[in-house]
Design a protein around this ligand. Structure first.
Ligand SMILES: [Zn+2]
Length: 460
């Protein structure tokens, strides 16, 4: 019998594209099937065939519903994967929403690129379409937390809450008596709805994220957002908030509601221009009503805030187009969070040239995304084949981060009942991963390694 092998097929030296393959003598399990986002070199990897025949995968385990963890599932199905997709029940619900939207964006981008003639590919094709998503959804095998499930004859998996977004999970994978823990994306313990991540169980190896591996989140300062809204409304402008449709939107809306209730910002209309975010909001609402164990115990105030939210949903494209010229000061919340696609791109092309407006960035902006370019002070940004001047005010509000920072990750690891033999640091830009590995060595005294892309390691 040969040893089980872990291959880092994505999110190694980068924040997106999470894919970890576990091969044993008789089975192949993939943990996360994430899409690459950001730099063109990375996105090109989405198009290379999966390195092993997709039909040979016994199962895919999905940690949570963000695209960089689940966005390649329909592509794998297109290439022949037909096994179960193991994830928490809330993740299954949210992934369905996210994948339908993703397919729609892929088809739309290809259509516009062909019509505008600005694609390097002729004709531009979608990575996958809605039909591929429809073939993916029946494969979902929702699994409760803290319940062992055999995903292959020799591979057992247990999910635990990761406190990052609703349904997010850490994944403990056991094969041949060896346990490997995948952190997925780790929450912070300060989420207004979700409980802190469950403590790590004992494992021989840990694969941990490092999105903020070289950073400490500043103490939350609600004044940054409040002041930006006041300034913008004061000069008659529009506040545009690109937000991840799942979770970030909920946090942004709750905070805007709180600021308005407290009289910190003027009451102006709030538009939620993202069909995906509207659907995700409904899933959160249902979770609140069902008393899910992932949630904080006392959420009466959150429930009341959600009930009282005066938000205008914008389900159709015509309504979205009208918002490009809103005609009155207002706040528009729209996806995607890094402005890589979706309706927010149209809003940006209309709002950015006007210095009265502001764009409020609410989360991690990966290298190569429009969000990162704005954060880095770009004077023009390319959208739909044209350059648009950036005259609007750009405001970074780290307040809403749902990723643990370096200290929070080290503290979480340190709560393991016993030290692992090795920690693999992934899902970060190189400086972040290296910095976190150093802290794990220095502060916990554990072996910590930053694996290379496509590197293979033995799990025995
Ligand atoms: Zn995530």
């Amino acid at each position: 019998m040969s040893s089980p092998v872990l291959t880092f097929l994505g999110a190694a030296g980068a924040v997106t594209g999470s894919k970890f393959l576990v091969d044993t003598d008789t089975s192949r399990t993939l943990v996360d099937a994430g899409l690459y986002q950001g730099l063109a070199d990375l996105r090109r990897r989405n198009w290379t065939p999966f390195p092993v025949p997709a039909a040979e995968l016994d199962a895919v385990v999905v940690s949570h519903a963000h695209l960089d963890h689940c966005g390649m599932l329909p592509r794998l199905v297109k290439e022949g994967f037909s096994g179960p997709v193991v994830c928490s029940p809330d993740t299954a619900e949210l992934v369905e929403i996210v994948l339908r939207d993703s397919a729609h964006l892929q088809e739309e981008d290809a259509r516009q690129a062909n019509a505008g003639g600005y694609s390097k590919h002729h004709p531009a094709l979608p990575l996958y379409d809605l039909a591929d998503v429809e073939r993916t959804l029946p494969l979902f095998a929702p699994t409760d937390y803290a319940t062992a499930v055999d995903v292959a004859a020799d591979v057992r998996v247990v999910l635990r809450p990761a406190g990052h977004i609703l349904g997010s999970s850490t994944v403990l994978l056991e094969t041949a008596g060896r346990r490997t823990l995948f952190s997925g994306d780790l929450g912070r313990g300060v989420h207004p709805i979700l409980r802190a991540p469950a403590d790590p169980p004992a494992a021989h190896a840990v694969v941990v994220e490092s999105t903020y591996g070289d950073r400490t989140h500043p103490a939350p300062d609600p004044e940054i957002l409040a002041a930006a809204v006041r300034r913008t409304i004061g000069r008659g402008g529009t506040v545009l908030v690109p937000a991840f449709a799942v979770d970030r939107t909920e946090l942004v809306l709750l905070e805007l509601h709180r600021l308005m209730e407290a009289g910190e910002v003027p009451r102006v209309p709030i538009y939620l221009d993202s069909p995906m975010a509207l659907r995700a909001l409904a899933v959160y609402r249902r979770a609140l009503d069902s008393g899910s164990l992932q949630l904080r115990p006392d959420l009466d105030a959150v429930r009341a805030a959600l009930d009282a939210l005066r938000v205008t949903g914008v389900p159709d494209a015509a309504g979205s187009m009208r918002l490009n010229r809103p005609g009155e000061p207002c706040i528009i919340v729209s996806a995607s969070g890094m402005a890589t696609g979706g309706r927010v791109v149209h809003h940006l092309s209309h709002q950015l040239p006007d210095p009265r407006n502001s764009v409020v960035l609410t989360g991690y902006q990966a290298v190569g995304t429009r969000g990162r370019q704005l954060l880095d002070g770009a004077r023009e940004v390319k959208m739909h084949g044209r350059y648009v001047p950036v005259r609007a005010e750009i405001v970074d509000v780290p307040f809403f981060s749902v990723h643990a920072d370096a200290g929070e990750i080290v503290a979480w690891l340190g709560r393991a009942p016993e030290p692992p033999e090795v920690v693999y640091v992934v899902h970060g830009e190189p400086a972040g991963s290296e910095a976190l590995a150093r802290r794990i060595r220095d502060e916990l005294g554990w072996r910590a390694v930053v694996p290379r892309l496509d590197e293979r390691v033995r799990l025995d």
